[in-house]
Design a protein around this ligand. Structure first.
Ligand code: SF4
Length: 726
């Protein structure tokens, strides 16, 4: 095929011999793009394209989605279970039965010796919703440990916690279509063009039709900040001060929506008294945004007919992440911007199915947004599953970030990791390395046998990739979309659903319960458990989801399709139906730069990679654009320290050190550096990760480092290469 520039250097698209296109949903980020994988006559995946009539991406894909089909044949896929007696022995290949029998026997031995909660299970935001539901059933109903969480604690827990505190329930109330209606958009700690390129494209399309102000709050001059009308380079960790001050101006100048506040919120008096302390002059000295700009932005937001806020990790990954989310909700509640077209408080989620785990995994409670703390919920689920409700704990156990300290102190003896890689993703990885070595038994279940944590495991269970199995993901806007099976699992790898079901059979209680073997069978159970609830799935089926290219919950039985927005009637999930305005004092508890460690260390994503590069690090067409760890550094600071562009520098924090390649740029201020978080043995060797008191999410983005030129540039280059190798 030829098109464009026909006479000079015509663009040629190679015919890859696709004979069949298979519908599925992208397995990287939470945008939820519908994707078709092209298979050639031999059944090999050779191409991918966006689905033109999909409401989310309308035919577009980002670079990760375009090359996602290459994952099927990528290096170091696990193809058979591995086992070793001691974590220092070499692995040997074993049949599935042997690996699962041993795992179940070890879990039983450890629970009998140390108690039910001596096992911890940490899962992910990557597997299918039906698999989350089944893992929850196995964990809550059979194994019975209460120390069960997902790696979503590292990215979304503050959003969940903030929604629950403000609205009485988790659940993002808005949708991408809100861009088409809003009159003002404020983004907090979100570099949308790199993190969620297709959502950014949706925003750009809306802006091309109708101009409205875009305000970006970020300490760094990100790509998003560069296109914004107003960039607020807030001092790291002080977003809560800015938000309280915006609310201060709105209340003081009579710009609040009093009718909405009176009808739909509680807690106004305490909230108003608190924000009264955050006048723009006081706030400016803390958050670094001048008082006139605070007033200007507050007026712009409050006077817009509809205004919306979006955010990601810049808010969530903080010692007051949950408060930051609640403060964004406050801002939208006092301006009447919840549940209306263009007026919303929309957390942009991270992983492809972070929402699925929030809804159905039972990590923080019981399936379908049910709570362990509520007797009625325990009874409903116990009856449905055939489990004595007394078997369920009456409150949630440890979060992921509290599980590792509990291993250190000997409270937890066994760990089962499902599609998560804490050796790269947790803060202070030198400490995590020592922690994992204390375990009596560890299982890693992952699609890749070279994921860093397998170095410390006793059993490795090879899992199928996203397009090798069937089920659902839920995206940022609550849209449930379908992953169809594109091809058979690699080697003898198995779908996570199969692994959970097989493990359940190895426990007496598991044999008494029903564990549907098919994804559709599990979906039927979820549909029943969701009936009449906020996240009602009862009107959905796998085929209907595919036909509509995704359906947003709630979708009630008999409804033609789902609902775009929550809380359109102003009725929230608290018993009185009102949302809570929360008084949120700012507590400055982060590690801050000082004389010895004079730089803020910030971290985030690049467009080419996903999380710990377990997958994208194997894809040449992605990896070649971002092959190595690097650090953005301000040229003036670099000159003062004698550090040159594209030389290596050594960073030191109170936790450890890392060596990285320096890129000089004015994207970061004089007292800050930025490093992508994707690379092993890099930024998380340095981070402190103090925890939010509500969500237990770590503050990855606020810690202090010192920087010096690497004395031996050749050795530094070798260390940097080691940091990216698998
Ligand atoms: Fe996949 Fe996200 Fe890219 Fe869409 S934006 S193709 S969901 S990685």
């Amino acid at each position: 095929m030829l098109f464009g520039r026909r006479l000079k250097n015509p663009i040629k698209i190679a015919d890859k011999g696709v004979v069949d296109w298979k519908y599925t949903t992208c397995g990287y980020c939470s945008t939820g793009c519908s994707i078709e994988v092209g298979l050639n006559a031999e059944g090999k995946a050779v191409s991918a394209r966006g689905v033109g009539d999909a409401p989310v991406n309308q035919g577009k894909l980002c670079i990760k989605g375009i090359f996602e089909h290459e994952l099927f044949n990528s290096a170091n896929r696990g193809k058979t279970p591995l086992f070793r007696e001691k974590a220092i022995d070499p692995y040997v290949e074993v049949p599935w039965d042997a690996a699962l029998d041993h795992t179940a026997a070890e879990f039983r031995r450890i629970q009998e010796k140390y108690g039910r909660d001596s096992i911890a299970i940490v899962s992910t935001g990557q597997i299918l919703t039906e698999e989350f539901y089944t893992l929850g059933k196995l964990t809550r109903g059979v194994i019975g440990t209460n120390n069960y969480d997902g790696n979503t604690t590292l990215c979304m827990a503050s959003a969940v916690s903030g929604y629950k505190r403000s609205f009485g329930s988790d659940g993002p109330p808005g949708c991408y279509d809100d861009f088409e209606h809003t009159e003002c958009l404020m983004a907090f700690g979100s570099n949308l063009p790199e993190q969620h390129p297709i959502i950014y494209w949706r925003l750009k399309m809306a802006l091309e039709k109708r101009k409205f102000p875009v305000i970006v709050v970020d300490p760094r001059v990100t790509m998003f900040a560069q296109m914004a009308d107003i960039h607020l380079p807030v001092t790291p960790g002080t977003d809560l001060v800015l938000l309280n001050s915006l609310a201060h101006v709105i209340l003081k100048e009579g710009l609040a929506d009093r009718a909405y506040i009176d009808a739909h919120t509680s807690g106004y008096d305490d909230f108003a008294a608190l924000v009264a302390q955050y006048d723009p002059i006081t706030a400016a000295a803390i958050c670094g945004i001048d008082e006139d700009t605070i007033r200007h932005v507050a007026r712009l937001y409050a006077k817009a007919g509809a205004a919306m806020s979006i955010w990601t990790m810049g808010i969530n990954q903080s010692t007051h992440g949950s408060d930051g989310v609640a403060a964004i909700n406050n801002l939208n509640l006092i301006t009447g911007n919840i549940g209306k077209p263009g007026g919303t408080s929309l957390s942009i989620t991270g992983q492809c199915n972070a929402m699925g785990t929030r809804e159905w995994s039972s990590c923080s409670g019981l399936p379908g947004y049910r709570a362990l703390e509520k007797e009625k919920d325990r009874e409903t689920v116990g009856k449905f599953w055939g489990v004595d409700p007394e078997f369920f704990p009456k409150q949630r156990g440890l979060f992921m970030t509290d599980i590792f300290p509990a291993i250190e102190t000997g409270q937890i003896k066994a760990l089962w990791l499902v599609a998560t890689n804490p050796m790269t993703s947790m803060p202070n990885t030198p400490r995590i390395r020592k922690t994992l070595q204390k375990l009596e038994f560890m299982v890693v279940q992952d699609a890749y046998s070279d994921v860093e944590t397998t170095q410390y495991a006793h059993v490795y269970l090879p899992a199928a990739l996203w397009g090798e199995k069937e089920g659902c993901f839920t995206n940022t806007e609550r849209r449930v979309n379908l992953v169809r099976k594109v091809m058979e699992p690699h080697g003898n790898a198995k779908p996570d659903l199969w692994i959970f079901n097989e493990l359940a059979k190895r426990f007496e209680q598991g044999r008494k319960m029903r564990f549907p073997e098919t994804s559709a069978g599990v979906f039927d159970e979820m549909r029943e458990l969701s009936r009449g609830r906020m996240l009602d799935y009862s009107g959905m089926s796998h085929d209907k989801i595919e036909a509509q290219r995704g359906i947003q919950w709630p979708c009630t039985d008999g409804a033609e399709t789902g609902s775009q927005r929550l809380y359109t009637d102003g009725v929230f999930q608290y018993p009185d139906g009102k949302a809570k305005l929360l008084a949120l004092p700012f507590i400055d508890n982060n590690e801050r730069p000082d004389q010895n460690f004079p730089f803020w260390l910030n971290s985030g994503r690049v467009v080419e990679h996903f999380h710990t590069r377990t997958r994208t690090g194997k894809i040449g067409n992605v990896n070649k654009f971002s092959p190595t760890p690097y650090m953005e550094m301000n040229p003036d600071s670099a000159r003062e320290l004698g550090i040159g562009h594209m030389t290596y520098a050594r960073l030191v924090s109170r936790r450890g050190f890392a060596v990285v390649l320096v890129q000089l740029t004015h994207r970061v201020p004089h007292n800050m550096v930025f490093i992508p978080f994707h690379f092993h043995e890099c930024v998380n060797r340095l981070t402190l990760g103090l925890l939010d008191p509500y969500s237990r999410q770590p503050a990855y983005k606020q810690c202090a480092v010192k920087i010096e030129p690497a004395a031996d540039q050749l050795a530094a280059a070798a260390a940097n290469v080691a940091a990216r190798s698998f």
